[in-house]
Design a protein around this ligand. Structure first.
Ligand code: GTP
Ligand code: MG
Length: 202
């Protein structure tokens, strides 16, 4: 898919402030600092469309970016600051939870995982929570420029093994680097086909 235009639409503090209408939305979520905003910039080819930062916690609102005058990329705040309670039930922020559960136009949630890390409880808990809520999701491994293919594969296998404790089938996954601009075509094609699929099935 060719990105002809990408513009900031609005920042919202809650779902009731989000853009109305029926434009498809593809949202990006993951731990703080995993590279959500950088990936949005890489996909759109606009270096400073979404604000990035070396310190975690940069994105605090729900940010909608209008693409090709037709669909939205949505940059969400990171999770991972909230303490995980003893029962291991993660306390994802209300803003994230409400958006995910109530957005009527959410076509797919991209859950970003830092490729350098072994499985993180918070990511697995979050993905499993989405599963119980029936949220359509795919996984994106980020920052793959920072480690060898061998080390990445080892981490990926461990993440998959964790997921397979709960999931019958692994979610679709993408491998990306915002620095090397890898994974771009695959992710944009996926978005393109998701929108067409929906049209055909409706
Ligand atoms: P919050 O909004 O704070 O939740 O963070 P975020 O997930 O939006 O992360 P952001 O895109 O701001 O990136 C965090 C840091 O990681 C920045 O210093 C980026 O330059 C760096 N970064 C993001 N993606 C990549 C990547 O693919 N490779 C490398 N080497 N660095 C990356
Ligand atoms: Mg961000």
């Amino acid at each position: 898919m060719i990105i002809k235009s990408a513009t900031f639409e609005k920042s919202s503090t809650k779902i009731s402030e989000c853009p109305t209408g029926s434009r498809p939305e593809f949202a990006f979520i993951g731990r703080s600092n995993v590279g959500k905003s950088s990936l949005i910039n890489m996909l759109t080819g606009r270096n400073s469309l979404a604000k990035t930062s070396v310190s975690p916690g940069k994105t605090r609102l729900i940010n909608h970016f209008l693409i090709n005058n037709h669909w939205f990329l949505v940059d969400l705040p990171g999770y991972g600051y909230a303490k995980v309670s003893k029962s291991m039930k993660a306390d994802f922020s209300k803003i994230i939870e409400n958006y995910i559960l109530k957005s009527e136009n959410l076509f797919c949630l991209f859950v970003l995982i830092d490729s350098r890390l072994e499985p993180q409880d918070i990511d697995i808990t979050f993905i499993n929570w989405c599963g119980t809520k029936g949220i359509p999701l795919v996984i994106v491994y980020t920052k793959t420029d920072k480690l060898s293919a061998k080390d990445f594969n080892e981490n990926k296998i461990k993440v998959e093994a964790k997921l397979l404790e709960t999931w019958e089938e692994l979610p679709t996954s993408f491998i990306s680097s915002s620095v090397k601009k890898s994974g771009r075509d695959e992710i944009l094609d996926f978005i393109h086909f998701s929108m067409n699929d929906k049209k055909v099935n409706n």
